[in-house]
Design a protein around this ligand. Structure first.
Ligand code: G3P
Length: 228
């Protein structure tokens, strides 16, 4: 199955696990961490994507049962671009998607626009992170196919976006739908209930980090998020 074939179908739900730079999931511990986790098609109707850092991109060639995306991508192609991560290089590494503009890796609106346009041309599975409703609106109108709403103040905590910001999720989902985009939400998501509320409000999935990566049993944590 090609990388492109494994990307999400338009009516599927998506759970993205962002391993960030948590020590138990990156570098020399990354392989063991991912060995213990479910494959990307392990749950009916759900696609699980794992967002990894540039230093661990090799994982995509080692784990054929999993879909990896990058945590960041730049607009450049091949050439004299020190330290950049291009879509071309990611695709060569069997990675056909990426987050961009995560709260912990913000970029300018000009860069985001360029990356959105390039991703559409290359059929690259881009997830554009937005910190508020204005950004959701702007990115959806710019052609982002998937927008991830994450209020920064809730990231890494125990109060979830779905319980704290239901009105914004509903509004954001509506804006996305009207612009041929889809919404996922993240920040503080720890339980299947958090995911279930988000879906009822119109999101198509969740973006989760600490609730899985820092859990004592990450595989069980994924199962409990999705078995709702
Ligand atoms: O990218 C996901 C993230 O920022 C949310 O983090 O730890 O609140 O699930 P967390």
């Amino acid at each position: 199955m090609s990388v492109k074939d494994k990307s999400i179908m338009s009516n599927e739900r998506r759970l993205i696990i962002n391993v960030k730079h948590y020590e138990n999931a990156v570098g020399k511990r990354a392989k063991n961490f991912f060995k213990s986790l479910p494959g990307s098609n392990s749950f009916d109707g759900w696609q699980i994507h794992y967002a990894i850092g540039a230093y661990d991109l090799y994982l995509a060639k080692e784990f054929s049962d999993k879909v990896f995306i990058a945590q960041h991508v730049d607009p450049n192609g091949y050439g004299a671009f020190t330290g950049r991560i291009s879509m071309e290089m990611l695709i060569d590494s069997k990675i056909n998607g990426s987050l961009i503009n995560h709260s912990e890796c913000r970029v300018s609106s000009g860069i985001i626009e360029k990356v959105i346009a390039k991703a559409r041309n290359m059929e690259f599975d881009l997830v554009v992170c937005a910190e508020n409703i204005d950004e959701v609106t702007s990115f959806a109108k710019s052609g982002a196919r998937i927008v991830a709403y994450e209020p920064p103040e809730l990231i890494g905590g125990n109060i979830s976006v779905s319980t704290e910001k239901p009105d914004i999720i509903a509004k954001a989902a509506n804006i996305c739908e009207n612009n041929d985009s889809r919404l996922i939400v993240g920040a503080g998501i720890k339980t299947g209930r958090d995911i279930s509320i988000s879906l009822k409000l119109g999101a198509v999935g969740g973006l989760v980090a600490s609730g899985v990566v820092l859990s004592s049993n990450p595989a069980d944590a994924i199962t409990s998020l999705i078995n709702i």
